[in-house]
Write a protein that binds this ligand. Structure first.
Ligand code: FAD
Length: 382
């Protein structure tokens, strides 16, 4: 059913796992926190990870959603940060590949594939988060150009990205009046704040963007005028599967660390692993992880087949919501199983718990995923 057992994928997984273990620890210091270490991005690009969503004609590897999920799980199992900026880059390159003009594809995709260009996704605004269609940024037509004004917040890779796929109002017609633009980082009128200080995910910066009378050529419009909201939703479906995969990476590492600790630490004259109460916690963690992986693979498979059914529309939300809630629970339980050590940074389990929290919020909070699932059920029953 899934292509997650193919020899080619197993080899790619293995290469990604090895590279992640070798390279990422070199960037775990305050010098690199809240930056996108471009050497790290380039090294993953050499393995094809910058071209996951890019067709071979534009130098990408056109990976299936199942392959993307598998490799992102490997990166996140070592550190969530690079998995997030690669996932966002992949969502953005996928949007350009599906909806861009031939000129846009030739201009951006080969450079995105090689890792020369990093992509970012700019939808959220200070007054439009979950209610993204209510955004205020506007792009007003002026002859052959658009004048973009407004602001975005919490944008992954802001300050490091080379291009921002940006959503703005082009008419006052609600979600039917939103358009999508490619904003290059060096366009006059783009102001980027310093990175936010956040709770975790240190190797993936976020910052705010302000557009001040930015003049964009008509050629920077991505897709059809006023149809940008559908473009955003299309990108987010794949993005949610990737976020689920990232959550699974955190869960897997948390379980591995908990097992190692329970096998080693003794209290009351026995290994912790011999206490049934702890065994039951561990079993629950593993069951949740395996269920989350299957839901992720199912959602990826439905995306790959471009299935159009209520189940297929719900699947990315179900995978994202379940896997990230599971990761939150699993990483919290891992901290508990390590006792005091779980709370100490050197043991590297508390990081997983802080990172898991982010995944319940991004790409549509888990309340919003539940709303989307319930909406599909209601529609199907109507
Ligand atoms: C680390 C990080 C990286 C991010 N990266 C990006 C990025 O690259 N690009 C981008 O565009 N955005 C990005 N975001 C923004 C993210 O997508 C938003 O934070 C998220 O969609 C929630 O929006 P909000 O923060 O405005 O919360 P709000 O919408 O204000 O929600 C606050 C709370 O209310 C709940 N809520 C809201 N409406 C409802 C409702 N109708 N029913 C029930 N509950 C509801 C929410 O679930 C949440 O719990 C990032 C955020 C973070 C933290």
């Amino acid at each position: 059913m899934f292509d997650n057992q193919s020899k080619e994928l197993q080899e790619m997984r293995e290469s990604v796992r090895k590279l992640a273990h070798k390279l990422i620890p070199q960037f775990r210091s305050s010098e690199f926190y809240n930056t996108v270490p471009r050497r790290l991005f380039s090294s993953f690009a050499e393995l094809g990870l910058a071209g996951l969503s890019i067709p071979e004609d534009y130098d990408g590897i056109a990976a299936s959603a199942a392959t993307s999920a598998a490799v992102l799980e490997e990166v996140a199992a070592v550190d969530l940060g690079p998995a997030i900026f690669i996932s966002v880059h992949s969502m953005v390159s996928g949007i350009i590949a599906r909806g861009g003009s031939e000129d846009q594809k030739r201009r951006y995709l080969p450079k995105m594939s090689s890792g020369e260009f990093l992509g970012a996704f700019a939808l959220t605004e200070p007054s439009a988060g979950s209610d993204a269609r209510n955004l205020k940024s506007s792009a007003k037509r002026d002859g052959d150009t658009f004048i973009l004004n407004g602001s975005k917040c919490y944008i992954t890779s802001a300050g490091w990205a080379d291009l921002y796929v940006t959503f703005a109002k082009t008419s006052e017609n609600g979600e039917e009046g939103i358009s999508c633009f490619i904003v290059e980082a060096n366009t006059p009128g783009l102001i980027i704040s310093s990175p936010e200080k956040k709770m975790g995910c240190e190797l993936s910066p976020i910052a705010s963007l302000t557009f001040e009378n930015m003049r964009l050529a008509k050629s920077q419009l991505l897709g059809t005028l006023h149809k940008g909201y559908a473009t955003a939703l299309g990108g987010l479906a794949g993005g949610r599967v990737n976020i689920a995969a990232c959550a699974n990476g955190l869960s897997r590492t948390a379980i591995e660390k908990a097992v190692a600790h329970l096998n080693e630490r003794q209290q009351f004259g026995s290994k912790l692993m011999e206490f049934q109460g702890l065994q039951f916690m561990l079993a629950d963690m593993q069951m949740k992880y395996e269920a989350a992986r299957l839901l992720t693979l199912n959602a990826a498979d439905l995306l790959d087949q471009a299935t159009k059914s209520p189940e297929a529309r719900m699947a990315p939300s179900i995978a994202k919501c379940y896997a990230t809630d599971a990761a939150m629970q699993i990483t919290t339980d891992a901290v508990q199983l390590l006792g005091g050590a779980g709370y100490i940074k050197d043991y590297d389990v508390e990081r997983l718990m802080r990172d898991a929290k982010m995944l319940q919020i991004v790409e549509g909070t888990n309340q919003i995923q539940r709303m989307l699932i319930a909406r599909e059920l209601a529609k199907a029953a109507a």
